[in-house]
Design a protein around this ligand. Structure first.
Ligand code: FMN
Length: 394
């Protein structure tokens, strides 16, 4: 593992329920005029004189470029277009997906099923999503597992991708600026083989534009030893505590359904300072190629996802939501607003959509629209009114 950088503490406003574009536009408005006026202040000249003045000394390269920039005719002002109205506009879908993390709506994309988010920006308006969770990020680049890595199953898929990713430093360098420009908050999914691995990734990603939280994948069933953290309450607590000490951003721990006692792991993570829990990661499974008489996946077993695991995920969400007081983010087989509502009523504060986006990249946006329609039809004040509606009373 590479040696660790010094901790970078970053102050970042995390209320992202307000459109990021709105904030950027407000911050940028009048910047051009201010630049010119600042220069004018220096010379005690008017802004016009600064632009037109002959230089007393031969201009440097930078000076020439600056003068060219200032004298170039400004492009005609484009009339501000009225904001696009989506079905969710004017419906209160905002939720607290983690302690200190308010999102504009409860629909997130699940790690490993939405690339780094940037790839999908060409297909859909990602700025309408509650947040994006990026592909599992490790300290150094990983090539992933041998083929085959995906096998279809009834109502789902088995995968053993093996955390293929370019490593934390490269992810931060390559995607940071692009994430900031997407207009959607990004949650970095962190994976590793040791406590130090998790801490390293979080330290390396500190200050990366667009990043609002970390999600710890303590549950990937595809990597040797990777399941240990998520199966053992003590180890899960240890990694949570270490990461919490490294960052001021919210830390979400992603639970594995393969743990002998997932509720015990959830409680341990909450006690160690977790700001939310994601329930659930994939369920261990296997398929056999009967012609070759061998497992289909290169690694033998893999992680089952898609509608096949939804009832398991709803059940775990329901159990965990009663055991902890931090937000739970539901995941597992969600394809529509109806599926998402099941999780919200089971106590989830937000949901992640993964496998469904492979069949329909619009599934997350359709889910947002469906939730907005539900809030309207049911005459609710906000989507928050349904969270935990199916939990036992009292
Ligand atoms: C191809 C694939 C890759 C995944 N990669 C990751 C990953 O890198 N990190 C992680 O925490 N979960 C990963 N997951 C699990 C998903 O984020 C999600 O928890 C799970 O698939 C259940 O949701 P779904 O049924 O909506 O897909 C992956 C799932 C799939 C199908």
């Amino acid at each position: 593992m590479p040696s660790r950088r010094e901790r970078k503490k970053v102050e970042r406003p995390i209320d992202v329920s307000r459109s990021i574009e709105e904030s950027l536009e407000e911050a940028a408005s009048g910047e051009e005029e201010e630049d010119v006026v600042d220069l004018a202040d220096l010379d005690d000249a008017s802004a016009k004189e600064v632009v037109a003045a002959e230089p007393e000394h031969p201009a440097s390269d930078l000076g020439i470029r600056l003068r060219d920039a200032l004298t170039t005719e400004a492009p005609p002002r484009v009339e501000a277009r009225p904001p696009v109205r989506h079905p969710e506009t004017d419906v209160d879908l905002a939720v607290d997906a983690a302690r200190g993390l308010r999102l504009r709506n409860p629909v997130l994309t699940a790690s490993g099923t939405f690339g780094q988010g940037t790839e999908y920006a060409e297909l859909i308006d990602v700025s309408r999503l509650g947040a994006i969770v990026n592909k599992g990020t490790t300290p150094v680049a990983r090539p992933g597992n041998p083929q085959y890595r995906i096998a279809e199953t009834p109502s789902g898929i088995l995968n053993s991708i093996g955390l293929e990713n370019p490593g934390a430093t490269e992810v931060a360098r390559k995607y940071g600026k692009q994430w900031a420009a997407l207009g959607v908050p990004v949650i970095v999914n962190v994976a590793g083989y040791s406590v130090d691995d998790y801490v390293y990734v979080v330290a390396e990603m500190a200050g990366t534009p667009g990043v609002v939280a970390f999600e710890l994948n303590v549950s990937c069933p595809n990597v040797k030893g990777g399941m240990l953290f998520g199966c053992d309450p003590g180890l899960a607590a240890e990694v949570t505590r270490a990461v919490k000490a490294e960052t001021d951003l919210p830390v979400i721990v992603k639970l594995t359904p393969n743990a002998p006692d997932v509720v015990a792991v959830a409680r341990a993570c909450e006690e160690a300072g977790a700001d939310a829990l994601t329930a659930i990661n994939t369920v261990l499974g296997m398929r056999i190629d009967i012609a070759r008489r061998r497992p289909i996946l290169g690694t033998g077993s893999g992680g089952l996802s898609g509608p096949a695991i939804r009832p398991i995920a709803v059940h775990i969400t329901y159990q965990v939501a009663q055991a902890v007081s931090i937000p739970v983010i539901g995941a597992g087989g969600i394809t529509s607003a109806e599926d998402a509502l099941e999780f919200l009523m089971a106590g989830a504060a937000a949901v992640q959509i993964g496998t469904a986006t492979f069949a329909d990249p619009l599934a997350p946006l359709k889910t947002i629209e469906g939730l907005a329609a539900y809030v309207r039809e049911q005459r609710l004040g906000s989507i928050r009114e349904v969270i935990g509606a199916a939990l036992p009373r009292g």
